[in-house]
Design a protein around this ligand. Sequence first.
Ligand code: DC
Length: 227
Amino acid sequence: MSRKIIIAIDGYSSTGKSTFAKLIASKTGYLHLDSGAVYRAVTLFGIRGGWIDADNNIDEKSLRAAMRQLRVSLRPDTYINEENVEGLIRQMDVSNAVSPVSALGFVREFVDRLLRRYGKKGGIVMDGRDIGTNVFPDAQLKIFMTADDKVRAQRRYDEMVAGGKEVSFEEVMKNIQDRDYKDTHREISPLRQAPDAIVLDNTNLTLEQEMDWFTDLMRTKFGIELK
Ligand code: DC
């Protein structure tokens, strides 16, 4: 692929954004960057430093001051300084605290600055909640992913049960609805569909069908032929 564009993928949680973004990146030869991972790295940093307690109360002033020393990078695994924290940022303590952390203005500024540096040369696929609306409003391709919430909950539930976790479908459904509410009602950069985004509703699609959809899109919209 010769033209190096920015592909922004936003959408509701558990719509398979990361999986789709990774596959697109391998098809196009682009770099996949997961913006949620940076919010998670900031959260891990805050928990370790003691500025976020077990009830997710945040000492905003101290966290903000400490973040002057924080260096996060996506390689594409997530690093804090020279430490690979990819596994740690997916654990429950971080997942539980990341939502309020990602609502803080100074955290969003920190993450936005970092993400924009990666976009300078193009050739990236970035997924998140505000990539097409806020981080890269000029991205050449914006995809907004959605799916019926019952279908999303079922997929997440099946994944968790297969991984040996004991959860009820109702719990998973409630968690998804909570996250949808928080993501769309946050004061700064809430989840919104950009007016120029193309909607990908994968309620009734397999991953293979999603990839066919993407290949067609690249051909018709950009004249780019992917194998
Ligand atoms: O996609 P994820 O679950 O790894 O995202 C972690 C958190 O970060 C989630 O609460 C939403 C938030 N987030 C955000 O506010 N903006 C983004 N661009 C990406 C993630």
